[in-house]
Design a protein around this ligand. Structure first.
Ligand SMILES: [Cu+2]
Length: 66
């Protein structure tokens, strides 16, 4: 399953690292791709992963999901 979310508040590679770390700690995440320019975060995950758990991880990392 592929999920695309727009994340607000990222402005440098440090933010990208943080987001990747928090999302990456969830079970079933296969890959995370962050585009700083468009603020889009693309996540490839197993089907059992819920979008809300990903959104929660993003909020926990200090950013906002649009
Ligand atoms: Cu930053």
């Amino acid at each position: 399953m592929k999920i695309e979310l727009k994340v607000l508040g990222m402005n440098c590679n440090h933010c990208v690292d943080k987001i990747e770390k928090f999302i990456g700690e969830l079970d079933g995440i296969k890959s995370i791709n962050v585009d700083l320019k468009t603020k889009m975060v693309e996540i490839e995950a197993e089907d059992y992963v819920s979008i809300s758990s990903i959104k929660e991880a993003i909020l926990d990392s200090g950013f906002e999901v649009e």
